[in-house]
Design a protein around this ligand. Structure first.
Ligand code: MRU
Length: 329
């Protein structure tokens, strides 16, 4: 199934619970907005485009429960703020809410919100295919591509952005291998990227994040492709560790690409104005339920970092490949 979808029979949001992968594949049903917000905060559904769809379907849940437009708008504010960094969450929420507000009864509002949410989900798949088409032209037969975090079908409604580029290149007959960085601390790379690539029989090698410089120096990487949580006026905000790979790629003359839909663009804003989500110290103090650091150690655990355009060879979008990007004024 798609990463996230609407269940017509149960009037609920269904999503693949990504915290259980790769050990267990389980579909989670969210009947209330509270359940969906909890799923977003716990990263059961994650990745910028998937959060856009989650935001939109969340508005539908708010319409089912809400008694008035004011009620619905108040509830939806909590959803919009469930995670602060990816711009897609508020993009999805606002599109579905604006559609809902055209209705006069709560039933009408629900119908309009659902139609818009389905449109956002379908668009996401179509957009990713276009990103794949443009991006695949940048890859050559035999390339080894390093990626960070998960910008695959599980970060989107389907297909993926960075991994979508790889999927399309393979579909076009190119032989591509992937190096997946584990992406500490929540391991979206080792748990999710490797799992989804193996499902599609795409060759993948898992490395620790700290191995990326070594593999680039050893000449084992031809290109780097990552996704984006927000493209701002001076560069790209993406999963923590992205900046480190970009610096190392530049040092080794390896093209560093970002694949992102236009719904992730927020060019009016500077990276300095974007809230970078800081996550619980427990994510570094514990691993798999086992304590691995002193309980009282000071922890700094940002979920995202900023990479300036100078380090990015091109941004691949559904409208084409943008090279030589400089700060937007
Ligand atoms: O914390 P996450 O797992 O939601 O972070 C996801 C990422 O950083 C992805 O690289 C980004 O959202 C792009 S997904 C197409």
């Amino acid at each position: 199934m798609r990463t996230i979808d609407w269940d017509e029979e149960k009037d609920s949001v269904k999503l693949i619970d990504q915290t259980l992968l790769p050990a267990e594949y389980k579909i989670l049903e969210c009947k209330t907005l509270e359940e969906l917000i909890d799923a977003i905060k716990r990263l059961k559904v994650r990745g910028a485009p998937a959060l856009g769809a989650a935001g939109a379907f969340g508005v539908v849940l708010a319409c089912i429960r809400g008694n008035s437009k004011k009620d619905i708008e108040d509830e939806v504010d909590k959803l919009r703020n469930a995670r602060p960094t990816a711009v897609n969450l508020s993009y999805g929420v606002d599109r579905a809410l604006n559609a809902a507000l055209l209705g006069t009864t709560t039933q009408e509002m629900k119908t309009y919100a659902l139609e818009e949410a389905q449109r956002i989900a379908d668009e996401d798949v179509a957009v990713n295919k276009k990103i794949g088409d443009y991006g695949s032209e940048l890859l050559e037969d035999g390339d080894v591509v390093l990626t960070h975090c998960n910008a695959g079908r599980l970060a989107c409604v389907d297909w993926g952005t960075a991994l979508g580029v790889i999927r399309t290149a393979i579909e076009k007959g190119k032989r591509i291998e992937v190096i997946a960085c584990e992406t500490r601390p929540l391991n979206q790379g080792s748990r999710i990227t490797t799992w989804e690539l193996l499902q599609d029989e795409i060759p993948v090698t898992l490395i620790a994040d700290s191995t990326s410089a070594a593999v680039m120096r050893e000449g084992k990487v031809d290109k780097v492709i990552v996704g984006a949580d927000r493209v701002v006026k001076e560069g790209v905000i993406n999963k923590i560790g992205t900046y480190m790979h970009a610096v190392v790629a530049k040092a080794h003359n390896i093209p560093f690409y970002v694949a992102a839909p236009l719904s992730s663009f927020d060019l009016k804003r500077s990276y300095k104005e974007v809230e970078i989500e800081e996550r619980s110290p427990d994510e570094l103090i514990f691993f798999g339920g086992k304590q691995i650091a002193p309980l009282d150690v000071k922890v700094y655990n940002p979920a995202f970092d900023f990479t300036p355009f100078e380090l990015i060879a091109a941004v691949i979008t559904e409208e084409g490949v943008y090279r030589h990007l400089t700060q937007q004024v």
